[in-house]
Design a protein around this ligand. Structure first.
Ligand SMILES: [Zn+2]
Length: 216
């Protein structure tokens, strides 16, 4: 029996939520994929008359080059049956075919306030987005952590981290940066209060404050 494709053909109200926030797909000029796992690229494309097409026809899609290379089945024989099987074909290749992908590596300045930085380990090309504006900082952390427990126990990885040793080193480096700069940390997967601030606690970290909002 063929393995079920993870989260394939979900029917969620993502575009409806965007519309209620006042954003039409045609208005979006930039899409950031922190990495190319299935749950971070799903709305890159949508199915129209049987073909996957970019959801945001006027956007440049920023993707980390190491992930783009790693998850391309032309370069990787180990995707069958895995969490990311078929994801490249459905959610990345159609954007490439449309000429809308800009690859980057190392770091990439979007403007004077927003900068992408490599944060490898979870995947080879995993990245974070740093916001620096008016003296305030935020760290859009992708999958640096999946649970608040990974702030308290930064040596613990998720089962999806490709390189456990590098993932731990990256987590500690970025949590340390967030603590040093009082940056609001916004991981992709926290339920309830979706963002937090961290502080040093000896050689470890602690949660100093939860952001005063909840995610929908
Ligand atoms: Zn991930």
């Amino acid at each position: 029996m063929a393995a079920a494709r993870v989260r394939d053909h979900l029917s969620l109200d993502y575009l409806g939520n965007l519309a209620r926030a006042g954003v039409r797909p045609a208005d979006v000029d930039l899409v950031v994929n922190t990495h190319l796992h299935v749950d971070h690229v799903g709305w890159n494309t949508r199915l129209v008359d049987g073909d996957w097409v970019p959801t945001f026809p006027n956007a440049t899609y920023l993707m980390p080059r190491p992930d783009f290379l790693f998850w391309d089945p032309a370069n990787n024989d180990n995707l069958a049956g895995g969490v990311n099987e078929n994801v490249f074909a459905d959610s990345v290749a159609p954007v490439r075919a449309a000429g809308q992908i800009q690859l980057w590596e190392g770091s990439h300045a979007i403007d004077e306030h927003l900068r992408l930085e490599a944060a490898p380990g979870h995947t080879p090309g995993s990245s974070v987005l740093k916001l620096d504006s008016g003296g305030s900082r935020a760290l859009f952390a992708g999958d640096l952590i999946h649970t608040p427990l990974q702030v308290l126990e930064a040596g613990h990885n998720s089962c999806f981290c490709e390189d456990p040793g590098i993932a731990v080193a990256t987590r500690r480096r970025l949590l340390s940066w967030a603590a040093d700069h009082q940056a609001l940390v916004l991981p992709a997967h926290l339920s309830g209060p979706g963002a937090l601030e961290v502080e040093h606690r000896g050689d470890a970290f602690a949660i100093s404050r939860w952001a005063p909002f909840t995610r929908l």
